[in-house]
Design a protein around this ligand. Structure first.
Ligand code: SF4
Length: 203
């Protein structure tokens, strides 16, 4: 494995099912980008970001920033990072999928936000304070955003998750798998499909 092959997207998949990191890195299968994914909702994303300017006293929107930590072997590219007039940095993710419950962010999306918070803290040169919150914007069925608080415990849990994900990717430990594989895109390639050893780990 290359030095920081794991991406925050890998970690999002890992939070869904640990086996995916092994399939993509150990076996080398990559998820095919669908038209839906390729479109990416750029117009909606930009409209959403503009809505946040006043609410969060945004001084600057950082787009296309790649964040990396050599120590964690992790890299990632958030949809945006808001920089407020007070110097706070807030990672933002835009998603097509609606959350399972009205007021809650999906677990894998939460892991993504926490991972970006960690990477900002480790790599942002002008950071003035720790990253304490993030935003997820769900485009469907009705556009809306959810703000989440990110604690230091959340960050510690995700750092442990990264360490475990690297071991799973390298084939050093067996992944914990989901009980239900029926809606998984990797089922055709997965050596762990249909096993029922455990549910995925929680943060
Ligand atoms: S097929 Fe099942 S075990 Fe394999 S990656 Fe998908 S959810 Fe996980």
């Amino acid at each position: 494995m290359e030095e920081w092959t794991l991406t925050v997207n890998d970690l999002k998949h890992f939070a869904y099912c640990e086996a995916i990191v092994y399939i993509t890195h150990g076996i080398g299968v990559r998820e095919r980008e669908t038209e839906y994914m390729a479109y990416g909702g750029e117009v909606e994303k930009e409209e959403f970001l503009q809505q946040l300017l006043k609410k969060y006293s945004v001084a600057r929107i950082h787009r296309g920033v790649t964040l990396s930590s050599r120590e964690l072997q992790l890299t990632g590219k958030p949809d945006a990072v808001l920089e407020t007039k007070m110097g706070e940095l807030i990672p933002v993710e835009v998603k097509w999928a609606e959350p399972p419950r009205a007021s809650r962010v999906k677990k894998d999306h939460l892991v993504q936000l926490i991972a970006y918070a960690i990477l900002i803290e480790k790599s942002w040169p002008s950071r003035k304070s720790s990253v304490k919150r993030g935003l997820v914007y769900y485009l469907r069925p009705k556009p809306r955003f959810i703000e989440v608080y990110i604690s230091s415990e959340d960050k510690k849990s995700v750092i442990q998750m990264v360490k475990r994900a690297v071991k799973v990717a390298l084939g050093e430990v067996e992944p914990l798998t989901r009980r239900d594989c029926s809606s998984c895109n990797y089922r055709a390639y997965c050596p762990f499909a249909y096993t029922r050893n455990s549910s995925s780990s929680s943060i």
